[in-house]
Design a protein around this ligand. Structure first.
Ligand SMILES: [Zn+2]
Length: 387
């Protein structure tokens, strides 16, 4: 139906100039490209954890399908071609309302249907202990319920595809096995579980750790602790927030070294104030917060972080610099590695859906400048949001 298109640039993995030929939304060929093209070209970024962006918030009390459609457009503009709207701990009513809104948005908008494969529910089955719980409201933390999981899926047409939980609960293996049997990925996070409890969860099928190194108190036992156990467990792939605020550079580097690049994923964990101008904002959940130009969002007048505000592309740029200029590795942690949890997306390969991003690197500012975003073969253009 549509004309063949060709996108060119350098492959971040080896610097080779490539030309990707696209037809009917599918990659038909990856060939040698023009030598003089200095733009980078990779699979579109994949973000497994987005709460909001540009003022749109999937955790807002009044979230509706239009919120989700608007959010998708803003996220795609940052080079992300697949993302998981992430619902945090809340009442069952609020979680199912948000799931319904996302399901409706996928029906109404072709873009949302393409870029939102499923939803990540982070909580409410997490540690109630301060520090481990992070910013999740304590009143809604509860033990896992298969009945509730069933109601989430019923409300959304089976849209929950990833859950973050703490495996300290009695009988958690049964819950994990049940949801995995239904195609849901289980990630461990906001947890004060013992090494034995983490091991049991992994034996039951948990394969991810959510934003490792965050969702823990400032002070942990030197060892054992949840960070070491998850770093050492080779069956766990870890996600990390690379905004330069949530993990210091040496911590991020040491974690990637410990897990290996293949088991490392970058996420934004962006909140609604991401992409907004610096200033003081009043928020429904966090109260009065201050957003600084550096990308630090804190409770006003304190050192406490109130969420992450940088898009994944900036995390990729930062990780590349921290890892000694390894752009290919950083891109892999933002494309292919998360893609393994989203139906194998995130690779430039013949026969795959044509999700592409062209960008240049601005090392000094820890960011990438996005030149072109392609979702399922269609070029994204600002101001012309295709629905
Ligand atoms: Zn979290």
């Amino acid at each position: 139906m549509n004309q063949p298109q060709v996108f060119t640039g350098r492959d971040p993995h080896d610097g080779r100039p490539i030309a990707v030929r696209v037809e009917n939304g599918i990659i038909r060929a990856v060939e040698r490209g023009p030598e003089d093209d200095e733009t980078w070209l990779s699979a579109g970024f994949i973000d497994l954890q987005i709460n909001g962006y540009g003022g749109d918030d999937v955790n807002a009390g009044d979230v509706n399908a239009e919120t989700v459609i608007s959010l998708a457009g803003k996220v795609v503009a940052t080079g992300v071609t697949t993302f998981l709207p992430t619902l945090i701990t809340s009442s069952e009513e609020q979680i199912t309302a948000a799931l319904r809104a996302i399901a409706i948005a996928r029906q109404r908008s072709g873009l949302v249907a393409q870029v939102v494969p499923y939803v990540h529910v982070e909580g409410p089955y997490i540690s109630a202990v301060d520090g481990f719980r992070g910013a999740h409201p304590k009143e809604y933390v509860r033990p896992p319920s298969l009945a509730e999981f069933g109601r989430w899926q019923e409300a959304s047409g089976g849209l929950v595809g990833m859950v973050t939980l703490s495996p300290h609960f009695e009988g958690i293996e049964e819950y994990i096995a049940h949801v995995i049997a239904r195609g849901v990925h289980v990630s461990l996070g906001h947890t004060d579980a013992t090494p034995e409890q983490i091991q049991k969860a992994v034996d039951a099928g948990a394969r991810l750790s959510t934003h490792l190194g965050n969702g823990t108190p400032a002070t942990l036992p030197r060892h054992p602790n949840v960070v070491w156990t998850q770093l050492a467990e080779d069956r766990l792939t870890v996600t990390m927030i690379a905004d330069g605020q949530h993990l210091p550079a040496d911590t991020l580097k040491a974690m990637v070294r410990a897990k290996g690049v293949d088991r490392s994923i970058l996420v934004s964990d962006a909140v609604a104030l991401a992409g907004m101008p610096p200033g003081i904002y009043d928020t429904a959940v966090g109260g009065r917060v201050e957003l600084q130009a550096s990308g630090r969002l804190s409770l006003a007048g304190t050192d406490y972080l109130a969420g992450a505000v940088l898009p994944l592309k900036d995390g990729v740029a930062r990780a590349a610099r921290i890892m000694g200029g390894a752009l290919g590795d950083a891109v892999k942690m933002g494309t292919e590695n998360p893609g393994r949890f989203v139906r194998g997306r995130g690779v430039l390969r013949v026969g795959e859906r044509a999700d592409l991003v062209r960008f240049t690197m601005n090392e000094a500012q820890n960011t990438l400048s996005i030149k072109t975003v392609v979702v399922a073969g269609k070029e994204w253009e600002e101001g012309e949001p295709w629905r």
